[in-house]
Design a protein around this ligand. Structure first.
Ligand code: KG4
Ligand code: ZN
Length: 337
């Protein structure tokens, strides 16, 4: 069973070829970071134009690398939402025409189901019930998973997503886009206690997150510093460490509270922010104290990629959830049971 997957929901064009639901034959990515960098964020119109230029050649390259001719593809999976509407339209239109021309089933994948299923690439034996923390540029969601392919939303951010907080914080500090990996790097050399930020939303009553207050706290802290000090390496490292500590501390604390409440066997952490080095080590260390297994994909499978869409597409295929050829992308698509 050969499954072809396509991902164009934001600023990466990705194509992967998956065999029998577990062997990745090829997984190619074309990043647009350089295109959007100078604007400090993704410019939707530029993103979709670049997807249009890239998708065809990337498909050819992915099939060649996999050693699979197009006519041997058994199903086509595509991200149908959430994401930028114009960007999603490129992938969905391309996937629909491929499925139609090949006479093979089309599978519509929720982008966050893709992130969650990335965990199964390297950890196929995750024990259920599980809890999935999805931390990306646009989402910070907690899902209870009674079994594979079933998701119940039990908590989310009430304002900014964790990745958004990293990116906006980095921008205030005068750093490049995307800011998350840069803050991660600077924080390694900084002292998180020098500029402590209050950890947001600590109430035990709910499992929601909030990160917009941190932004304001960072802004006030930066405003108090003299201009010369602001650019110093020491200051940048310490402030990055303090800011990162508050975000990661909140993510770990809330996730472990929820895991206890839901009585799960395992925790999955996924999405771009799951490649954060402190989040990875802290979540593992704290969960170990509760004898809870934590599964985090390798960093390359945390940020957007085609393999994760193929993994989620394979589950949809097995469950017989085929999409119609008049499928439309939905920028606000919900992930539910
Ligand atoms: O999942 P993703 O690739 O795209 C979305 O679906 O949004 O996530 C991108 C987000 C960005 O906000 C980026 O800053 C953040 O993931 N990110 C990180 C790290 N690597 C990527 N945040 C913190 N630490 C990192 N190492
Ligand atoms: Zn993503």
């Amino acid at each position: 069973m050969i499954l072809l997957s396509i991902e164009t929901s934001c600023d990466e064009t990705a194509v992967a070829v998956l065999k029998d639901g577990h062997t990745i034959l090829s997984d190619l990515l074309s990043s647009q970071i350089d295109l959007h960098k100078r604007y400090g964020g993704v410019v939707p119109e530029l993103a979709c134009r670049r997807h249009i230029e890239t998708i065809g050649p990337l498909l050819t390259e992915a099939l060649t690398k996999a050693g699979v001719p197009l006519n041997q593809v058994d199903a086509v999976a595509v991200t149908a939402g959430p994401g930028l509407i114009g960007a999603l339209l490129v992938g969905v239109s391309f996937a629909k025409s491929l499925a139609y021309a090949l006479g093979k089933p089309l599978l519509a994948v929720h982008h966050l189901a893709g992130h969650i299923n990335a965990a199964f690439i390297e950890h196929p034996d995750i024990v259920f019930p599980a809890l999935a923390l999805v931390v990306s540029g646009g989402h910070t969601n907690l899902y209870a998973m009674p079994e594979r392919g079933h998701y119940r939303l039990i908590g989310k951010t009430v304002d900014d997503a964790a990745g958004e907080a990293f990116d906006k914080g980095a921008r205030m500090m005068g750093l490049d886009y995307p800011g998350g990996p840069i803050i991660d790097r600077l924080a390694k050399k900084g002292n998180p206690e020098k500029y402590p930020f209050t950890r947001p939303y600590r109430s035990l009553e709910h499992t929601n997150f909030s990160f917009s207050g941190l932004k304001t706290a960072l802004k006030q802290c930066l405003a108090k510093m003299p201009q010369s000090e602001k650019k110093s390496e020491h200051f940048q490292n310490d402030i990055a460490a303090g800011f990162q500590e508050a975000i990661v501390g909140s993510l770990v604390e809330k996730t472990l509270q929820a895991a206890e409440k839901e009585k799960v066997e395992s925790i999955i952490v996924c999405g771009g922010v799951a490649s954060n080095s402190l989040l990875r080590t802290r979540m593992q260390a704290e969960a170990a104290k509760q004898s809870m297994a934590v599964h985090i994909p390798s960093p390359r499978y945390c940020t957007d990629n085609g393999a994760m869409i193929a993994m989620a597409g394979h589950i949809a295929f097995e469950q017989g959830r085929f999409a119609p050829l008049n499928l439309n992308p939905n920028p606000h698509l919900k992930l539910s049971e």
